[in-house]
Design a protein around this ligand. Structure first.
Ligand SMILES: Nc1ncnc2c1ncn2[C@@H]1O[C@H](COP(=O)(O)OP(=O)(O)OP(=O)(O)O)[C@@H](O)[C@H]1O
Ligand SMILES: [Mg+2]
Length: 259
């Protein structure tokens, strides 16, 4: 199967600090790849490299066979890859409708035909309403983003990425800062939306191992910038050393308590 995304020996250094060290991976259609690892392992750096925000120090990054090293998220979104951020990047004074509207318009500007189809106010509004409804935000269209709950802010961020109608979507901790009950709600909404929008692959950075176990088709564990494991979930969770390396502190505490 041809890879949608592929990296070959990608390294990224910040000055003398090596944040990614020889990372090779590939992601095919139909996959939900979770990237896991302790704080500082290089997960966000990897997502930044995969979305062309950061240029790797060495190695290659390809999306649909084309080199995308450092091309930037805007150019990449036009080619079909979109992302939501670990820290929500929404503008606090913009309403929900305006926030999604910006994404819809920027997506439409990819093609004249699409642009014509949302060029009227009412067409734009109806597309915005449609995207908002998928994420349960249709009753909040005129609410300023700053007034949304943390979970709603996350959903708005994801909705904006979806408005770009991506083939691949990258999500850096889409559920962080949200109560554990709401995490599954966000994940289910995300999975449904991806299915309906024809998203071919999802890359997810996630600390919550319950979510990782439930939704991933494959898991890549990073530690100190290196790929420690690249496994399907059943094999991943069967290996206590790998799990301990990823959730190190937690296992440490539990074993101390047991001792
Ligand atoms: N711009 C930067 N300049 C210097 N060092 C950086 C920079 N960005 C990240 N780092 C360092 O690179 C390492 C990897 O950071 P990264 O943000 O990729 O980790 P992460 O796995 O996403 O962690 P977390 O789980 O806490 O989000 C960290 O040690 C971090 O301090
Ligand atoms: Mg991070």
């Amino acid at each position: 199967m041809t890879a949608l995304i592929e990296t070959v020996s990608v390294s990224k250094a910040y000055g003398s600090f090596v944040a990614l060290d020889g990372v090779s991976l590939s992601v095919a259609a139909g996959e939900l790849l979770s990237i896991v690892g302790p704080n500082g392992a290089g997960k966000t750096t990897l997502v930044n490299v995969l979305t062309g925000l950061l240029k790797p120090t060495s190695g290659t990054v390809r999306f649909k066979g084309e080199d995308i090293a450092g091309i930037g998220p805007v150019a990449l979104a036009k080619r079909g890859m979109a992302r939501a951020f670990q820290l929500v990047h929404i503008f606090p004074a913009m309403t929900v409708a305006q926030t999604i509207g910006v994404a819809v318009v920027s997506q439409a500007s990819k093609s004249l035909r699409l642009f014509a189809s949302v060029a009227t106010d009412s067409a734009l509004r109806s597309r915005v309403r449609e995207v908002a409804a998928i994420f349960g935000l249709d009753t909040k269209l005129d609410t300023e983003s700053r007034l949304l709950s943390q979970g709603e802010k996350k959903l708005l961020d994801i909705a904006s990425a979806f408005a770009l109608t991506p083939e691949v979507i990258l999500l850096d901790e889409p559920t962080s800062g949200v109560s554990s009950g709401d995490k599954h709600g966000i994940m289910r909404t995300l999975m449904d939306a991806a299915k309906h929008a024809g998203v071919q692959a999802i890359i997810l950075v996630e600390h919550d191992m319950n979510l990782v176990a439930e939704y991933s088709t494959r898991i890549i564990a990073l530690k100190e910038g290196k790929v420690l494991a690249d496994l399907p979930p059943d094999a991943f969770f069967k290996d206590p050393d790998i799990v301990a390396a990823v959730v190190g502190k937690l296992v440490g505490k539990m074993s101390q308590r047991a001792a």
